[in-house]
Ligand binder design. Structure first.
Ligand code: ZN
Length: 183
C-alpha cells in the first residue's frame, strides 16, 4: 500500500458520492436480463473454458483459485444500463484481485496484460464461450422505446434517491460543524 492512499479517508465523507456507484449499479442490474441456474448448462460452459467442472474453478485471467464471478462486460455504462446482463456468457470465474483490477476495463486487453504471449489461446477459448453463451447486447434506446413510462419512472425514482442523499449530506455537514464548535 502506498502511504498517500490515506488521503481518501482524510476528507469529509459524502453519503451521495459514496453511494452513487452502488445506486447506478442497482438500477442497471434490476432491468438487466438474467439466465436461470441450470447445473448441466453451467458445467458444459465451464468445460468449454477448458476447466474441470468437478473441481474448484480457476481464475480465467491469472490461473489462481477463483473466488468470484467477473461480469466481463459491466452492467453500467455512462451511468445507465449497458445492455449486458447476469447471464452465463457474461460471467467468468475470477480471483478477487483480478476482478477488482480489471474493473470495467476491456477483458481482452486485461488478459493480454496478465498473460503476455500466452494470451492468444485463452482469448480464443473465451471467444468461443461468448459465441455460445453471450446473448447480443441489449440496445438501451430500444428498451426506452418499448417501455418509456417505466424507464422514465425508474429514472425519476433514482433522482429522488440521489436527492435524498444530497439532502442528508447537507445535514451531516451541519452536524460536523456543530461538533467542531463544541469540541
Ligand atoms: Zn486472477
Amino acid at each position: 500500500m502506498k502511504i498517500d492512499s490515506i488521503k481518501a479517508h482524510l476528507q469529509p465523507y459524502s453519503i451521495m458520492k459514496k453511494r452513487q456507484t452502488t445506486i447506478n449499479h442497482a438500477f442497471a442490474s434490476a432491468i438487466a436480463p438474467s439466465d436461470s441456474y441450470d447445473a448441466k448448462t453451467v458445467k458444459e460452459a465451464v468445460a468449454l473454458l477448458g476447466q474441470d467442472p468437478e473441481k474448484d474453478l480457476l481464475c480465467i485471467y491469472c490461473g489462481a483459485e477463483a473466488e468470484t464471478w467477473d461480469h466481463v462486460f459491466g452492467l453500467v455504462r455512462d451511468l445507465r444500463f449497458s445492455g449486458y446482463g447476469h447471464v452465463i456468457g457474461n460471467l467468468l470465474p475470477s480471483c478477487k484481485k483480478c476482478n477488482s483490477e480489471k474493473g470495467n476495463r476491456d477483458w481482452e486487453g486485461f488478459l493480454r496484460k496478465k498473460n503476455g504471449n500466452d494470451a492468444g489461446s485463452k482469448i480464443e477459448v473465451i471467444k468461443r464461450y461468448f459465441a455460445k453463451y453471450l446473448p447480443a447486447q441489449v440496445d438501451y434506446e430500444k428498451i426506452k422505446n418499448v417501455c418509456p413510462d417505466e424507464i422514465g419512472q425508474l429514472d425519476s425514482i433514482k433522482d429522488k434517491v440521489m436527492n435524498l442523499f444530497k439532502e442528508a449530506d447537507v445535514i451531516a455537514e451541519r452536524v460536523r460543524e456543530r461538533i467542531k464548535s463544541v469540541s
